[in-house]
Design a protein around this ligand. Structure first.
Ligand code: HAM
Length: 419
């Protein structure tokens, strides 16, 4: 029979890789807690509208990358391509906002986008993100950026850039869009096919193009920062001031527009040279109209998400793969099938009363192969039950990591011995 393989662009996270994931997930939880963010978990799939309305019909994510299907009740369902829209849906539905207080939320989960797989780009990938909801003020933009940076620092990542831009409020963005369309219309024939399409659907995204001819044209495109109105300028200046106050270094990048429609004002991205072409390992921004878009009250919010696989790639570049550790402390070895029941009893005692990890052979193998396995697992204690021990209700403990001495004690004394 044909061997079944996993779906292209998905990866098994194997026991040998799990230490790296634990490290990154623990850092995410720890830093979120320190900043006062609480975890929210939403379902892996949502009604398609959450994303088509939330992320935006004109985006690549919605147009080309969503895993959308009709369920057996003919409802259009989508595997979440990102968390922000689904989180906003949940916050509205569960009434998680109080009028005058800020709701701080974080998440860790898997997301799905039908993209062309390559290094650092998967069809199922994982994000850690945080969202700060119900403050319109620039200090909240600075707070989520500071949280992201604390997370990056806590993992020892140093070689990265924080790119910062402002898309302005709806009013100044609409003006800029018009200006941009006028500008690109002059070069319409020269633009790449993709950019030509975007001229109709999402002109700001042309600024993201990597096509060399587009890049030349973009060099002379109007700068978004020149079309910000007073309110937008003040907000952006304050964000920068708050970042300066806490010594966060950033680079202003007027062509940074991000691939999701819900942003206004601040947008940012973290890039690393350790990653090759998929160099963005995190990004985010302010999204003041998303709540309204999804049927809620106008609620300002700002947040970010980091790509876990990309973070792990960076960590591997800087310090190699984190070794798998054996977490088995004790292995019980019985010299004959006759003592298996006794082995089970001792294992039970050790696990439940001493809180020590312990296994015994389930394949009834020879003494020699059991000892070989105990060595391979680098256990601290090999606990041997043979004829003598069985008769005297005792065990023989061999100290595998020290002098390999062994002592025989009564079963009732195990607890005192294993520490
Ligand atoms: P995003 O830029 O689409 O933003 O994704 C954030 C990060 O997820 C990216 O910087 C990247 O590291 C990772 N990522 C995205 N797609 C893939 C993929 N196919 N394979 C591997 N990693 C990937 C968002 O998702 C927004 N929801 C962020 C946000 C939160 N904005 C406001 N709040």
């Amino acid at each position: 029979m044909l061997l079944l393989q996993s779906v292209r662009g998905t990866k098994d996270i194997l026991p040998n890789d799990i230490q790296g994931w634990y490290k990154v997930e623990q850092a995410a939880r720890k830093i979120s807690e320190i900043y006062g963010y609480k975890e929210l978990r939403t379902p892996i799939f949502e009604k398609t509208e959450v994303f088509s309305r939330g992320v935006g019909d004109g985006t690549d994510i919605v147009n080309k990358e969503m895993y959308t299907f009709n369920d057996k009740g003919s409802e259009s369902i989508t595997l979440r391509p990102e968390q922000t829209a689904a989180l906003v849906r949940s916050v509205i539905q569960n009434n998680l906002i109080n009028d005058h207080s800020v709701t701080r939320l974080f998440y860790i989960g898997s997301y799905f986008r039908y993209e062309r797989p390559q290094k650092g780009r998967l069809r199922e990938f994982h994000q850690f993100g945080a969202e700060c909801i119900n403050s319109q003020f620039p200090e909240s933009d600075a707070e989520v950026i500071a949280l992201a940076i604390s997370f990056i620092n806590s993992l020892g990542i140093k070689n990265y850039r924080l790119l910062l831009n402002s898309l302005g409020n709806e009013h100044s963005r609409a003006n800029y869009k018009k200006e941009l369309i006028n500008f690109f219309n002059e070069y319409k024939e020269e633009l790449s096919t993709e950019s030509k399409e975007r001229l109709e659907s999402n002109p700001l995204r042309i600024l993201d193009s990597k096509n060399p001819i587009d890049v030349e044209i973009i060099k002379n495109a109007p700068n978004i920062l020149n079309s910000l109105d007073e309110e937008s300028i003040v907000h952006f200046e304050k964000v920068k001031q708050f970042l300066d106050t806490v010594n966060i270094k950033y680079e202003i990048s007027p062509n940074l527009v991000r691939g999701l429609d819900y942003y206004s004002h601040t947008v940012f991205e973290f890039q690393s040279t350790e990653l090759g072409s998929q160099d963005a390992f995190g990004g985010g921004g302010r999204y003041n109209s998303l709540f309204r878009e999804l049927g809620g009250k106008d609620t300002p919010a700002v947040g970010f998400a980091m790509g876990m696989e990309r973070i792990l790639l960076i960590l591997e570049q800087i310090s190699g793969k984190i070794d798998a550790i054996s977490n088995i402390d004790a292995m019980i070895i019985s010299t004959s099938e006759k003592y298996l029941a006794s082995a089970a009893k001792v294992a039970n005692l050790i696990r439940n009363e001493s809180n020590i990890s312990c296994i015994y052979d389930l394949n009834r193998r020879s003494l020699k192969s059991q000892l070989r396995e105990a060595n391979k697992l680098a256990v601290k204690w090999a606990i041997i039950i043979g004829e003598e021990e069985f008769r005297n209700e005792s065990i023989t403990v061999k100290f595998m990591q020290e002098d390999r001495e062994q002592v025989t004690v009564k079963i009732s004394d195990i607890k005192k011995l294993l520490k």
